[in-house]
Ligand binder design. Structure first.
Ligand code: CTP
Length: 403
């Protein structure tokens, strides 16, 4: 199994909030993604959800009492803490945040938090008034100042019936941020990577656009994979997909908006990966009123060229293009590598059903100055990972050349 959680050892601390039931889903998703998940529960958490439930989804013993001589974890918890890649406390109650901030150690979670050197991720869940209380806010600040990652809480309807801040972050948000925490010392740490994704839409009139079939999945996968290797990521996207957690996401629609957003982010970047399908042409004028069919039998829309974003991007950064082709894949891709003066081009044959628009897999060839590398069919995340392997080397080469 590949992906950010494969073979990772994650300690999941569950404290006593009604949101404890949502931690079961998190434990299950982490396990399915290949992580070894050891769940630690406070006594009050066991009143909301039974340890057996967590055991059922993680297939591992659950630590509920460090002082129980019958439990193997009574002496093993320090070993768990030392071997861990991350400690996630979700949900973290106001009481648990206070204990973690103060360094108290009277339950399996707070003891482990002191014993581990792994990154700490806390996901608070409580009533809105509690969350807003200065005592809680101060504890959150303390934890953040020590390097903890605080995820959420979200805003919405709370168990008390109140509406406000205090909901446990949703599982996808937690998974993304845990992946980010696991990769914070990765080979893109300290680097900024700008990624574009999706197809642009060029308006003809107030209701119609000229667009293409790009789903944005490839670009979003590049953004997530770069995040998981420690990069600060700016994703400029048109895609109808959720914002990847832990990624600075800029929403755009047209090629001109994408140009502005990409060039502004690229000023401070180390690499630009243009996975977006940018319109090469846009209507010369946008009609202010809806075009009515009773006015004419045939319609001609004059189109003009858009600016090439990759060619306009600064030369000091690594520039990666994508070439989606239906004929002479390598010939066209190599020509684009040269004409756009790129460091790398990712070529894919869109006539293959498993590599076309909207698929979760892709089959690509990487082309740069050194030659071609034909990759097998793999998930878009794995393709992204292989592209970034090259980007890491290209950034190092470029930075070396500038010294
Ligand atoms: N690209 C860009 N700015 C544009 C158009 C495309 O930066 N205005 C980028 C795409 O994001 C992609 C690469 O250029 O990384 C694709 O090259 P492009 O010349 O647009 O290819 P196609 O339009 O697919 O092909 P063709 O040359 O056949 O039109």
């Amino acid at each position: 199994m590949s992906g950010p959680f494969a073979a990772k050892r994650i300690l999941l601390g569950v404290s006593g909030s009604i949101a404890a039931y949502k931690a079961v889903d998190l434990a299950s998703k982490l396990t399915q993604a290949g992580a070894d998940v050891d769940v630690l529960m406070s006594y009050s958490a066991t009143r909301f959800v039974t340890p057996l439930t967590f055991r059922g989804v993680t297939h591992r013993p659950v630590v509920t009492d460090l002082l129980d001589p019958a439990s193997p974890e009574a002496v093993e918890h320090v070993a768990l803490a030392i071997a861990a890649d991350a400690l996630v406390v979700a949900p973290a109650t106001a009481h648990m945040l206070a204990k973690l901030a103060l360094g108290l150690a009277d339950d399996p979670i707070s003891v482990t938090a002191l014993a581990t050197g792994a990154p700490l991720i806390v996901a608070p869940a409580m009533d809105a008034n509690m969350w807003e209380h200065p005592a809680v806010q101060k504890n959150v600040e303390t934890l953040e100042s020590r390097g903890a990652m605080v995820v959420g809480p979200g805003r919405g309807r709370l168990a008390s019936g109140l509406f406000g801040w205090g909901r446990l972050a949703e599982t996808p948000e937690l998974l993304g941020r845990i992946a980010q925490a696991l990769g914070r010392k990765g080979d893109l740490a300290g680097r900024t990577v700008v990624v574009s994704a999706g197809g642009t839409a060029e308006p003809i009139d107030p209701v119609r656009v000229v667009t293409n079939r790009s789903s944005g999945k490839m670009g979003h996968a590049v953004a997530e994979a770069a995040r998981d290797r420690g990069a600060h990521v700016v994703l400029v996207t048109t895609a109808d997909l959720d914002d990847p957690p832990g990624v600075e996401t800029v929403r755009v629609e047209t090629a001109a908006e994408m140009l502005d957003a990409v060039l502004s982010a690229a000023k401070n970047a180390d690499a630009l990966v243009m996975a977006a399908a940018v319109a090469d042409y846009r209507p010369a004028e946008v009609r202010p009123e809806k075009i009515k069919k009773d006015k004419t039998d045939a319609l001609t829309v004059e189109m003009v060229r858009t600016t090439d974003i990759l060619s306009a991007a600064p030369r000091g950064i690594v520039r990666v293009g994508f070439a989606a082709e239906s004929t002479d894949l390598l010939g066209h891709a190599r020509a684009k590598l040269a004409s756009k003066d790129l460091d790398l081009i990712v070529a894919n044959d869109i006539t293959l059903p498993e590599a076309g628009f909207g698929a979760d897999t892709n089959k690509v060839t990487l082309l740069d100055a050194d030659g071609d590398e034909d990759l097998p069919l793999m998930s878009k995340y794995d393709v992204a990972y292989r592209v970034l392997d090259r980007v890491v080397r290209l950034i190092a080469a470029k930075r070396g050349a500038l010294r």
